[in-house]
Write a protein that binds this ligand. Structure first.
Ligand code: SF4
Length: 396
């Protein structure tokens, strides 16, 4: 069976699942109206988005310079910086850093999904848990995230109750509320947080001037993943680099606004390991947070894409997922229309970047060409033109 046939079959299964359709349509109803209201309420967000667009263009025009700058700044902050050419290289680096440590926690990261990190760590015998509640449900389901920021956008409460019962053996009643389930999962994960040896996160932005990693969230799990275990590993695509901390702050404000999560409950900034000089005036590491912090900058097709006049535009993406919400195809089949990880309009292009143009061009055939995605993007990525270019690259 070829790729397109597989996608069509998965999409048909998704379409025939009443629960998925109900959950998805409830989640996205009024989302466009909410989005335009947000723009009205926070008049400066559009200006900030324009600044982020220009900043990203500047970084991409000198990407090697900025990679070197991040590496230098991160080292200066007593972190350990690595560069991974491919997903396989990143996995090897992570294996070496982790060594014999067994208990690993992940915060939600599409870049970790991109390299198949959780499955890889499980295969080599590690005890690995996702800590974002949506992503934990995806781990239990054994599927893939269905939206860039809302992984279980396709699941009803009823489906979640069944999943938690069957996979975690919890005696959940049918009338339990989302608040009740969140409470149960919080208790389940608390013990894992306390005993964890390694925390692995992604990054929303990395500032070149200080080597600081910016992470936004609402749940609070990223705070714990990046501070409780003695070892923290950050995996960041090279497109996450921005010149300064101020640029990074602007980017996370734009990302969370367009993702419908503004203001985010938490903005985490990690600049190297935890340290104190309070005891005998001598600096020691690992006061309350990690003793060791590693940053892995991942290429995995991004530099090649940066040379392609169409694909390089997508490297500005801040992964807000708004183009998915605006897309009539994604509205019905979510990320079943996509590659191994990424789906919807941004996903077609990210698949071309990370899995190759051949695969991206095949998936692009299912785009309707309505151009609604172009209206959604904060950083003016001409999504429909890039997808059209991919369509022209399709060879049967
Ligand atoms: S392509 Fe634009 S709208 Fe889509 S996820 Fe990326 S930044 Fe958001």
């Amino acid at each position: 069976m070829d790729l397109l046939e597989n996608i069509i079959n998965d999409s048909i299964r998704f379409l025939s699942n009443r629960g998925y359709q109900e959950a998805l349509s409830n989640a996205i109803s009024n989302s466009e109206a909410r989005f335009f209201n947000m723009l009205k309420r926070h008049g400066n967000i559009k200006e900030l988005a324009k600044e982020v667009e220009e900043t990203k263009k500047e970084v991409l025009s000198s990407i090697d310079y900025y990679i070197d700058k991040v590496v230098d700044s991160f080292k200066a902050a007593n972190g350990v910086a690595h560069y991974a050419e491919s997903g396989k290289d990143a996995l090897e680096i992570i294996d070496k850093i982790i060594g014999d440590r067994k208990r690993i926690l992940l915060s939600k990261s599409m870049t970790c999904e991109e390299i198949g990190l959780r499955k890889h760590l499980q295969q080599i015998g590690k005890d690995v848990w996702e800590t974002d509640l949506g992503q934990l449900l995806i781990q239990l389901e054994g599927g893939k995230p269905m939206h860039a920021t809302a992984p279980v956008i396709h699941m009803t409460l009823e489906q979640i109750i069944k999943l938690v019962r069957s996979k975690l053996g919890m005696d959940v009643r049918e009338d339990e509320s989302p608040q009740d389930i969140a409470g149960r999962l919080r208790v389940f994960l608390r013990e894992k947080f306390i005993k964890s040896e390694v925390g692995i996160s992604g990054a929303n932005a990395v500032s070149a001037d200080t080597g600081s990693v910016f992470l936004i969230e609402n749940e609070g799990n990223i705070r714990l993943v990046t501070s409780l275990p003695p070892l923290h590993i950050v995996l960041a695509g090279i497109e996450k680099i921005v010149p300064t901390m101020m640029d990074a702050l602007k980017l996370v404000m734009v990302q969370s606004s367009y993702a419908g999560l503004f203001p985010p409950s938490y903005i985490n900034v990690v600049s190297g390991p935890s340290a104190t000089g309070d005891i005998g005036h001598r600096k020691v590491y690992g006061a309350h947070g990690p003793r060791e912090v590693h940053l892995i900058l991942l290429n995995n097709g991004r530099k090649e894409a940066n040379k392609n006049v169409f694909l390089r535009e997508e490297l500005r993406c801040v992964r807000c997922g708004n183009c998915q919400i605006f897309c009539p195809v994604w509205n019905h089949v979510a990320n079943t229309w996509g590659g191994k990880v990424y789906g919807g309009p941004m996903g077609v292009i990210w698949t071309a970047i990370t899995e190759g143009i051949e695969i991206g061009s095949e998936i692009s055939q299912l785009c309707l060409g309505c151009k609604r995605c172009d209206l959604a993007c904060p950083v003016e990525i001409p999504l429909s033109s890039i997808i059209h270019y991919l369509k022209t690259q399709f060879r049967k």
